[in-house]
Design a protein around this ligand. Structure first.
Ligand code: ITT
Length: 209
């Protein structure tokens, strides 16, 4: 069976690294995949790629990113829209997680400032991931994952990306920034969604072969 080729529609290096690692390890024989990133687009395709994430939900933004690449390539694509929902901030930064501030450091700084007056038991939060897959015919399907944690008041650890250093995960008594890539892969929101996607993809490849 030929490897099933599809593209990841994301400009976030940390995210792409996690997705590639997961797919590399979890898509197993008799199935195989050739997973490409935006790096393999030619210049004119790169210039056309401009997703405008103006949706009001993770699902809408995942769809916008997947469609943006699909409309250029007309080949199967996978996009992830993700973010951090903090209960004390009424779910913010949510779909604005990447637009909250310009860099990871500034984003974490702002988040901790907003939470200054909240004690640990009031700092519950969750990471959400919504994946949108579009096949070569333009059919789309979504997969969701989440993981619950607590926002601590000092960053810890330098693994991962984004808000990982302040996202404390009680079952492992560590922040996501302190988890190795393998440990994060075992429990993350993105892995939960990717697991569903891989399960789907195996059936999809089997039935469309
Ligand atoms: P693409 O849209 O190109 O994929 P992006 O960074 O803009 O890249 P999102 O719009 O989905 O992606 O924003 C997700 C933001 O949420 C991301 O920038 C991080 O700040 C945060 N985030 C998502 N998943 C995370 C994770 O596993 N660990 C830490 N932070 C995460």
């Amino acid at each position: 069976m030929n490897p099933y080729k599809f593209y990841i529609s994301s400009e976030n290096e940390g995210k792409v690294k996690e997705i590639l690692k997961f797919l590399h390890e979890e898509i197993r024989p008799p199935f195989s995949a050739n997973v490409l990133t935006l790096n393999s687009l030619d210049e004119s395709q790169k210039n056309k790629y401009n997703p405008v994430e103006n949706g009001i939900s993770f699902l809408e933004n995942a769809r916008i990113k997947a469609r943006a690449l699909y409309s250029i390539l007309r080949e199967p694509v996978l996009a992830d829209d993700s973010g951090l929902e903090v209960d004390a901030l009424n779910g913010e930064p949510g779909v604005f997680s990447s637009r909250y501030e310009k860099t990871d450091e500034l984003r974490i700084g702002r988040l901790l400032r907003e939470l200054t007056d909240f004690q640990q038991q009031m700092r519950s939060a969750r990471f959400i991931s919504c994946l949108c897959f579009i096949d070569k015919f333009g059919n789309e399907i979504f997969f969701n994952g989440k993981v619950e944690g607590i926002i601590i008041d000092q960053p810890r650890g330098n693994h991962g990306f984004g808000y990982d250093p302040v996202f404390y995960y009680p079952p492992l008594n560590k922040t996501f920034g302190e988890l190795t890539p393998d440990e994060k892969q075992n429990v993350s929101h993105r892995s939960h969604a990717l697991k569903l996607f891989v399960h789907f993809l195996a059936k999809y490849i089997e039935f469309s072969a």
